[in-house]
Design a protein around this ligand. Structure first.
Ligand code: LLP
Length: 442
């Protein structure tokens, strides 16, 4: 039985080290795959994807039977991933007609799709209500203006639009400023203090063209503590009771969003799905009883925690440069395929896929290929001395890399390979020069 890599909690479940020190995923030699498909390459381990989907499903189903896990597609979405989500019984949280369209083309049932967003263009709202004939399952309303537009669209179609109201819960979560969304001055959601939430609930309850199915809020992303999300559950349950008292009908679904944190570096530890589900379900049980609410359906929206650790980014190393200030090891990708270090100061771990057991002898900056000095993928990677032409692997690359990737410097975006039980399949080919110019007129 081959060994697990160092810092095993950062690598896919099937990651192993061969006897000669090479990284294996799903039984396949990772450096060999990188050479076969070219780099940068994004590799996803299907067992880890399915394992995470099941872990969340079971953590909630065992504690709160009327629950669902709606994967947040913004973290990474593709037809191949949609197929796994359907097989594992997840729902899907989307934020654009593009995400809805990809899911529908992959055969995702429209009634299991939820549409979020603080600015849904008219055409996108209308197409969501028509998706697959009967429309998406829920539209998450972010403003009073949007509620009015949805009511008009419902009237035109002669059927009520199923809505959740997105509430700004004013929860301050410990995370990076760009990804904490639940504080009172955030652009997201209907404001609690000004009475916008109750106003929206009254209007929805009074309209035959709106079905006020539920309430939603999202405390922030990359949270290591379940308390802010549990606090959101309490806020939503309290609001549901207030809405019942005011309108006679309680929203029957509550969604505290996503945000489950993952470990990117050896020192970090992920938030466990069981601990997360335990905190949320205990709070819901307590509040539903206290407020005498019929048990609401609970819908959570993890994105990153489902896909991040399943994905590994692979690069070919280029020149190594020693300066009085730092040692730089350059790679053939960077902020074009992973803008997170440049955008958020995100930190990563790195390893040489062909020499996983060689002792680390230096601390280097892994420099991306893009023409910006801020394009440093890893600030302080501990590595053996890397020779040009080796394969550098960065784990925990499955979330918010490819969906945020760009063609900056006109570099084609990477290929994506899914691996499972000794087999690899290309699920997205690498872009070509033709792809880069196909939308342009000469
Ligand atoms: N639900 C809602 C309403 C959200 O706004 C988000 C993320 C999620 C669910 C999923 O959150 P997750 O479980 O993935 O943390 N680009 C940033 C993350 C932005 C997250 C925005 N909203 C990053 O790379 O860290």
């Amino acid at each position: 039985m081959a060994e697990r890599p160092n810092h095993a909690h950062l690598w896919p479940d099937t990651a192993r080290i061969s006897r000669d020190g090479r990284l294996l995923i799903a039984g396949l030699d990772v450096a060999a795959l990188a050479r076969e498909y070219g780099t940068p390459l994004y590799l996803y381990d299907e067992d880890t994807l399915r394992g995470q989907m099941r872990a969340f499903r079971q953590a909630f189903a065992s504690r709160w039977p009327q629950s669902a896990v709606a994967y947040a597609g913004k973290a990474y979405l593709s037809p191949a991933l949609c197929a796994l989500l359907m097989e594992e019984g997840l729902e899907l949280d989307t934020v654009s007609a593009g995400e809805v369209g990809v899911a529908l083309r992959a055969g995702f049932p429209p009634e299991r799709i939820h549409l979020h967003g603080n600015m849904k263009p008219d055409a996108e709202l209308a197409s969501a209500l028509d998706a697959g004939g009967s429309g998406v399952g829920r539209v998450v309303v972010d403003s009073l203006d949007e509620l009015a537009r949805l009511e008009a669209l419902g009237r035109e179609r002669g059927r009520a639009a199923p809505v959740w109201l997105r509430v700004n819960p004013d929860v301050r979560a410990q995370t990076h400023a760009s990804i904490h969304t639940g504080h009172a001055d955030s652009k997201f959601g209907l404001d609690l203090a000004s009475g916008a939430v109750l106003e929206a609930a009254r209007r929805a309850a009074a309209s035959p063209w709106l079905d006020l199915a539920g309430l939603h809020a999202h405390a922030g992303s990359q949270l290591f503590d379940a308390a802010p999300a549990a606090q959101v559950v309490a806020t939503l349950a309290g609001l549901a009771a207030t809405i019942r008292d005011e309108t006679g009908a309680a929203p029957r679904e509550l969604s505290p969003g996503g945000g489950v944190g993952v470990a990117y570096t050896p020192e970090e530890r992920p938030l466990d799905p069981g601990a997360y589900a335990g905190a949320l379900c205990a709070m819901l049980r307590e509040e539903a009883e206290r407020l005498r609410l019929p048990p609401p359906r609970l819908i959570v929206e993890p994105g990153r925690a489902i896909v991040a650790r399943a994905g590994v980014a692979l690069y070919t190393t280029g020149p190594r440069k020693v300066t009085p200030h730092a040692v730089f090891v350059s790679v053939d990708g960077g902020m074009g395929d992973n803008p997170r270090p440049a955008l958020y100061g995100a930190r990563y771990h790195a390893a040489l896929a062909g020499r996983m057991t060689a002792p680390a002898t230096e601390t280097v900056q892994v420099a991306g290929r893009y023409c910006e000095s801020g394009d440093i993928l890893v600030q302080a990677a501990r590595l053996p001395e890397a020779r040009p032409g080796e394969i550098l692997a960065i784990p925990v690359s499955g979330a918010y890399h490819l969906p945020m990737a760009s063609n900056y410097n006109l570099v084609p975006r990477p290929a994506v390979v899914f691996v499972r039980e000794g087999r690899a399949r290309l699920v997205r080919r690498r872009e070509t020069l033709d792809d880069l110019i196909r939308l342009d007129a000469l």
